[in-house]
Design a protein around this ligand. Structure first.
Ligand SMILES: Nc1ncnc2c1ncn2[C@@H]1O[C@H](COP(=O)(O)OP(=O)(O)O)[C@@H](O)[C@H]1O
Ligand SMILES: [Mg+2]
Length: 353
């Protein structure tokens, strides 16, 4: 019996390139999103002809390619012309007007401006951009603390396209009327992918990420199905990476159904977003929840205070809710003898996606 036929030898690996499975990897082709990308191109095109551009409001659930498709258009723009500038801002990281302008100045090559006023930062941007034209992309706008920058850009930059991206359609009605009237965007909805499309996307990644022939096709189909259930491509990428790692740990040359099943159980630890996106304070709170998963929110707050935290309970609560909104953690309302309380859990269950 060929007992050791399918065993990996030491130093052998199933992965060709794990970078391809990262959430931030930018694939060369973005299939199934041609109409959406066309829309991006249409609103930007006037800028290339010396006119003002138009604006877009892009929305759709997480993990359906909004960021990726948008960045792809920017890359094509860059290849096509050097005359239109572009700024991509992730508002989860840059969530205030100051931080956004600061980041833009950095991209324009101006550093060490911490002491500057917000208005001075914008003067730098305005001076440069108004000599040509620019595409401004503000991604994850639901994470913003203030929208002043948007008003300023819409008012004082002459030739621009502003593209806003969010998971929530409601983010639009939450915008100030004076911003909405100046923005007057067209809307682009990113629908969820169907099973065949998910399979297409994941297969494309598989080809680059794994050594040829190492996947059991039924096992791979399991991943496609699980991913389709959640509608989030990142879940599929995560499961592929996990299943591959588990197979390797067991020295298996084939990634089979058992490896995939184990990867799916591991999904409880799964973070939908890379945590590098969190600022230090949020990261600290996330770690706190991880270490006290399952406890009441009030108890976690007490620990926070005991360990030197100085946030009010209200701010603490608000940030915890933000972590939940972004699926780093989940909360659960329970009623007990002492009345109702909220428990916090680290990460979310796959079924909650
Ligand atoms: N059409 C597609 N082709 C290739 N990869 C895709 C496609 N759509 C999504 N992805 C991949 O899925 C992941 C999530 O996409 P992302 O653009 O971050 O989603 P969103 O911004 O809508 O939350 C990324 O790793 C991305 O590369
Ligand atoms: Mg995104």
């Amino acid at each position: 019996m060929p007992l050791f036929k399918d065993m990996l030898k030491s130093g052998e690996t199933l992965f060709r390139d794990t970078v391809v499975l990262g959430y931030d990897f930018q694939p060369k082709l973005i299939p199934y999103r041609e109409p959406e990308q066309m829309k991006f191109a249409t609103v930007i095109r006037p800028l290339l002809q010396g006119h003002n551009g138009r604006n877009l409001f892009v929305y759709g659930p997480p993990g359906v390619g909004k960021t990726t498709a948008c960045k792809h258009v920017l890359r094509e723009l860059e290849e096509e012309t050097g005359s239109v500038m572009h700024f991509y801002i992730n508002c989860w990281k840059e969530n205030t007007t100051f931080k956004i302008f600061y980041k833009m100045c950095e991209e324009l090559g101006h550093h060490f401006l911490q002491q500057q006023k917000t208005s001075d930062l914008f003067s730098i941007i305005k001076e440069k951009v108004n000599k040509s034209a620019a595409v401004f992309i503000f991604d994850e706008i639901d994470k913003l603390e203030d929208f002043n920058f948007l008003y300023t850009v819409l008012e004082d930059i002459y030739r621009k396209s502003v593209i806003l991206i969010t998971n929530y359609r409601d983010s639009y009605s939450e915008l100030d009327e004076r911003i909405r009237s100046r923005l007057a965007p067209e809307f682009v909805f990113f629908r969820e992918y169907n099973e065949q499309e998910i399979a297409g996307i994941l297969k494309q990644r598989r080809e680059y990420a794994f050594v040829q022939g190492c996947w059991d096709e039924d096992a791979f189909t399991e991943i496609v199905e699980k991913c389709t259930e959640t509608n989030d491509v990142r879940v599929g990428l995560y499961l592929m990476r996990e299943a591959g790692t588990i197979a390797e740990e067991r020295s298996s040359r084939i990634i089979n159904g058992a490896h995939v099943a184990d990867a799916i159980t591991k999904v409880n630890d799964f973070h939908i977003k890379p945590t590098e996106g969190l600022d230090e304070e949020m990261q600290l709170l996330l770690n706190l929840v991880r270490d006290h998963s399952g406890k009441k929110i009030g108890e976690v707050y007490s620990t926070y205070i005991e360990t030197g935290g100085d946030m009010s309970y209200k701010s603490f609560h608000r940030r915890i809710m933000k972590l939940e909104e972004n699926r780093f953690i989940s909360t659960e309302k329970v009623s007990g003898k002492e009345g109702n309380s909220t428990l916090v859990h680290y990460a979310t269950k796959l079924t909650d996606f």
